[in-house]
Design a protein around this ligand. Structure first.
Ligand SMILES: NC(=O)c1ccc[n+]([C@@H]2O[C@H](COP(=O)([O-])OP(=O)(O)OC[C@H]3O[C@@H](n4cnc5c(N)ncnc54)[C@H](OP(=O)(O)O)[C@@H]3O)[C@@H](O)[C@H]2O)c1
Length: 348
């Protein structure tokens, strides 16, 4: 058995936007396998905004704890079992788990989950490319599917605004809503992304959120207002959504990425009374609470992708050494679709 592996660690806590140098690549000893342990050679790493939340000194109540200085980061990953002390996992199986940001990982067969999602599990890579199980058939897919089907319950009569719509979750939310017959408006952070939303994802309208004020952009794009908003951003986006919302509208709060890199939190919406005056429902949620939807989500999104009704986009970085830059680029808005790190499949 190999005795050590390369890992990405927290070198210093970022102040403001993450810089690749805030993270380091180091060698770490691998513990001997105990009963219930599985040794996995990672092949794909998921690059998620939630990692940035855990680089701060403290994390919000109810969330995962911060990473300690020098501690390896952890995130969703795919890999191949190379040794196993668990009867449930055999050498050669493809698995997903939560010990990403390293080349090899010793994973507990019954280990911790992300609020219910992400425990060690076998993935069937026969019908789909393996990395889809980190994106549209994995955590991003479950988050989007839960948001559209369970939280917003999007209908054909809806006009839905999807923020961060050129990203992993937002792109799926926008397309699932379109497939439900809704009118879908997406926002993203560059003219190229706006074109991608219109041309590749087939949205009804799209606009650049960096051309503020957002309230004016929304009023221009959807003069009749919106009936549902999918929020990945918080701050000014949530405020603009309340201004544009029709009475009885719904908001799904999935994330608040505008705050993750900020040294001081961005101001909250100043127009919260509109929740009262327009009888707006706001629901925050975590994908792990909707694990029961995973089989239906994989079947439905898998079919949409296979039959060309949905488009999947990914931005891939190669090698563990690229992981810090991948995380910084995703947070800065320089990637489109699902951001991934691919590890060399020819390693032992
Ligand atoms: N609730 C859950 O269980 C759950 C699970 C997964 C993810 N999430 C949340 O879902 C959101 C999207 O995650 P993802 O994995 O799909 O990431 P992603 O959208 O692929 O990447 C993040 C994108 O956010 C946009 N962004 C960054 N800063 C922004 C700002 N200040 N204002 C507006 N947009 C900004 C950037 O795109 P632009 O170029 O368009 O600005 C960037 O590409 C995040 O908030 C994440 O925390 C929640």
């Amino acid at each position: 058995m190999i005795s050590s592996t390369q890992v990405v660690t927290l070198a210093r806590r970022p102040r403001g936007p993450l810089r690749a140098g805030d993270l380091a690549i180091t060698d770490q000893a691998l513990p001997p396998l105990r009963p219930g342990d599985v040794l996995v050679r990672n092949t794909w790493l998921s690059v998620d905004p939630s990692i940035r939340i855990r680089l701060a000194e403290t994390t919000p109540d109810g969330y995962l704890p911060p990473f300690a200085l020098g501690e390896p980061l952890a995130g969703l990953a795919l890999g191949v079992v190379v040794d196993s002390r668990s009867p449930e996992f055999a050498v050669g199986q493809h698995v997903s788990h939560l010990c990403g940001f390293r080349e090899h990982a010793v994973v507990r067969a019954d280990g911790a989950t992300l609020g219910g999602y992400g425990g060690l599990s076998v993935v069937d890579t026969l019908d789909h490319p393996p990395q889809w199980f980190l994106g549209p058939l994995g955590s991003s897919g479950l988050t989007a599917y839960a948001g559209v089907h369970a939280v917003l319950d999007v209908k054909h009569t809806d006009t839905v605004w999807v923020s961060a719509a050129a990203g992993a979750v937002g792109g799926l939310v926008a397309q699932l809503s379109r497939l439900r017959g809704a009118t879908v408006v997406g926002s993203a952070g560059s003219p190229a992304k706006v074109e991608y939303l219109r041309e590749r994802l087939g949205l009804d309208a799209a606009f650049d959120h960096r051309r503020s004020p957002l309230t004016d952009r929304l009023a221009e794009t959807v003069p009749a207002g919106i009936t549902a908003y999918f929020d990945s951003v918080g701050g000014d986006h949530l405020e603009a959504a309340l201004d544009a919302m029709n009475p009885g509208g719904r908001v799904a709060v999935c994330g608040a990425i505008a705050a993750y890199d900020a040294e001081t939190p961005p101001p909250g919406p100043r127009n919260l009374f509109q929740l009262v005056s327009k009888s707006i429902t706001v629901q925050g949620y975590r994908a792990g609470s909707y694990n029961d939807l995973l089989p239906a989500m994989q079947r439905e999104i898998g079919e949409h992708l296979a039959q060309g009704r949905m488009h999947y986009e990914e931005t891939v970085f190669d090698g563990l050494e690229s992981a810090p830059a991948a995380l910084a680029a995703m947070l800065e808005g320089l990637t489109t679709g699902k951001t991934l790190v691919r590890l060399d499949e020819n390693r032992s």
